[in-house]
Write a protein that binds this ligand. Structure first.
Ligand code: 5GP
Length: 129
């Protein structure tokens, strides 16, 4: 079971943003920006491009809804979407509020946010659906 499957199952806590039958979204624990969110399929597949066409298409539509809500909650120019997947072997899309290309740089130091700040960000995004 991957760490993301454990999060989906509620065995590991997370700051949940949204969920439907097939997908789950929650705040990245080491965010590049406030509102940095991960969208994952409940189906445990390592590599995003190994997902079947329908799951991948549906995942993008789910990510769109989540990204639109993040954009309403967090002041930013755009929501950047990226896929890395080198750390956790469970397909996921990063949704990151950005104002410049440099905001997508994963080498940047991550934000140190308190549990209270993370909870408030998650609550604010949830309120924008
Ligand atoms: P990637 O696999 O795309 O290279 O990176 C995995 C991402 O998942 C990282 O941004 C990391 O901060 C995030 N991550 C790893 N473990 C956890 C976790 O247990 N909870 C949460 N919320 N995020 C995690």
């Amino acid at each position: 079971m991957t760490i993301f499957s454990k999060i989906i199952a509620g065995e590991i806590p997370c700051y949940k943003i949204a969920e439907n039958e097939d997908f789950f979204a929650f705040l990245d624990i080491n965010p590049l920006a406030q509102g940095h969110t991960l969208v994952v399929p409940k189906m445990e597949v390592d590599y995003l491009l190994d997902l079947d066409d329908k799951t991948l298409a549906d995942m993008m539509l789910f990510a769109k809804k989540v990204g639109v809500a993040i954009k309403k909650a967090i002041p930013c120019k755009r929501i950047g979407l990226t896929v890395i997947g080198l750390e956790v072997p469970h397909a996921h899309i990063h949704l990151i509020p950005i104002n410049s290309e440099a905001d997508m740089n994963f080498h940047k130091p991550k934000l140190q946010l308190s549990a209270d700040e993370m909870s408030k960000i998650a609550e604010l995004i949830r309120s924008k659906f």
